[in-house]
Ligand binder design. Structure first.
Ligand code: SF4
Length: 478
């Protein structure tokens, strides 16, 4: 997927003006926020489980090379082939090569955000191989001209039933259905024929287990099972190198948090642990199994100030609770990962200079870090990215000059006091008779869509001085 993060402001403006999108995005708080709040109350010790999850993710990341080697050894012993890709392009090339080697013409895919990173569908199509998305949301996007997902666990959250009905009628050339059950039945019928005729299945992995050489895949539709158990003779697991965990017990701890944080479920409808290709005597499973483990910027975060971001288990809770994401949805962010986690991951993976607005696309209200099941300090990381932009001179000149002037004055109390007094008077004058400021010469972007009250009453400094004078008078009287 092409990086479009430099157009964030323009896209965000379009999304805010889209009444249909605004209505559809309300589903976020109605569905996910409420469901998560209820689900975590069921846990005896949510905070204790979170701390255990942080510890387990940190243990894995502290010795990532060791756990990856252990994983590779055990997966290979169970008959799988483990391949590493340094870049997105290399990952796509490896998968196309695997497909060619096995004479693959059609690939069924379970939902994988890494495959979006890699641009896998595009690479397969360019090689004459047909990819078919089988997660319902991803399938809807694919038949809508390969539209990008707008959420990491609910890719089609920005669409409503009517839009999907229209799309199905057009893509399937069938009478338009209006009931959700009719639409899912129709999708199931179409997808069933693809499951039965695909040569290769591609899935992501929520976690890799080093001690067993297995991949775990969580879905609510069971399509990952159809991609790996039905005919495909080849199964490729495409995921990031940071997904490895030492033990099955680690996975058990994280699984107490993942579905609850993501969809408010105690456990997802399907939870598969996949270990190697089909062995003698087994009735189903692929003949060949490959892992393509992608780096693409991940190991660059190890040992640095953004390492904590690698703990992310892709639950989506931070975006569900983000006041910015709730208003603009995922497409405005311009790459695979939206919301607060995307505003940290995108600049980290594609370069801070290619995603200038993303670290600013947050109110720093901290709700994201409050709900993050693995306690990633997202607001702190966003602040660090802002600092990086500043240090590298990537901010606009007016911001640089503004902060330099403010810093000069802030170090000189009498100058600061004089400046504040003048600024307050000017703002009061600008407020006019109704005391509302509707246009600011140095903040036109801000006042274009909102006004704000002119300062009124006494300033903080005046109140503070009065208080001190009052305290002094009181002590003299005693
Ligand atoms: S940053 Fe935290 S809340 Fe956001 S997707 Fe990752 S694990 Fe979930």
């Amino acid at each position: 997927m092409q990086v479009q993060s430099m157009h964030f402001k323009e896209r965000a403006g379009q999304k805010l003006a889209d009444a249909r999108l605004q209505k559809n995005l309300k589903k976020l708080s109605e569905k996910f926020v409420t469901a998560r709040a209820a689900a975590i109350l069921e846990l005896d010790d949510f905070e204790g489980t979170r701390n255990a999850a942080v510890e387990r993710r940190n243990r894995a990341l502290a010795n990532l090379d060791v756990w990856l080697e252990t994983f590779e050894r055990n997966a290979t012993a169970r008959g799988a082939t483990v391949l590493y890709a340094e870049t997105h392009e290399e990952a796509a090339r490896l998968i196309v090569d695997i497909a060619r080697q096995h004479g693959v013409r059609k690939v069924t895919k379970s939902k994988s955000m890494v495959s979006e990173e890699v641009g896998l569908n595009h690479a397969l199509e360019a090689a004459g191989i047909r990819p078919v998305e089988t997660d319902l949301g991803e399938y809807i996007l694919q038949i809508n001209d390969n539209e990008a997902p707008s959420h990491i666990i609910a890719p089609v959250i920005h669409k409503d039933k009517e839009e999907i009905s229209d799309l199905f009628a057009k893509a399937h050339a069938m009478p338009r259905k209006t009931e959700i059950t009719q639409l899912t039945r129709e999708a199931r019928d179409v997808l069933r024929s693809h499951f039965l005729t695909a040569d290769m299945g591609v899935t992501g992995a929520n976690f890799l287990i080093a001690e067993t050489g297995s991949a775990t895949v969580v879905t609510n539709e069971g399509n990952e099972g159809m991609c790996t158990i039905l005919p495909p003779k080849v199964h490729v697991v495409l995921t990031g190198v940071e997904k490895v965990l030492p033990t099955l017990e680690d996975v058990a701890t994280l699984m107490r948090l993942l579905p609850r944080s993501a969809t408010g479920q105690q456990i997802s409808n399907y939870f598969s642990v996949l270990t190697g290709p089909r062995r003698a005597g087994e009735l189903d499973g692929p003949e060949h199994m490959y892992y393509v483990l992608v780096d693409a910027g991940r190991t660059g975060l190890l040992g640095g100030e953004f390492q904590e971001m690698l703990r992310c288990i892709r639950c989506g809770a931070c975006m569900n609770h983000c006041p910015v994401y709730q208003k603009i949805g995922g497409h405005a962010y311009g790459w695979v990962y939206p919301g607060p986690m995307g505003s940290v991951l995108t600049p980290s993976y594609v370069g801070v200079e290619n995603a200038l607005d993303l670290p600013q696309a947050a109110t720093l209200c901290s709700q994201c870090s409050v709900v993050c099941p693995v306690k990633i300090p997202l607001p702190d990381l966003l602040r660090k990215l802002r600092e990086k932009q500043w240090e590298r001179g990537l901010r606009p000149w007016y911001e640089t000059v503004g902060v330099a002037v403010w810093a000069y004055a802030a170090k000189r109390p009498s100058l600061y006091a004089f400046g504040s007094k003048v600024a307050v008077r000017v703002l009061r004058w600008m407020g006019g008779s109704d005391r509302r400021i509707r246009s600011l010469p140095v903040g036109a972007g801000w006042t274009r869509s909102r006004d704000f009250p002119a300062p009124s009453g006494r300033t903080f400094r005046e109140m503070y001085r009065e208080r001190q004078l009052g305290a002094q008078a009181g002590s003299t009287r005693k």
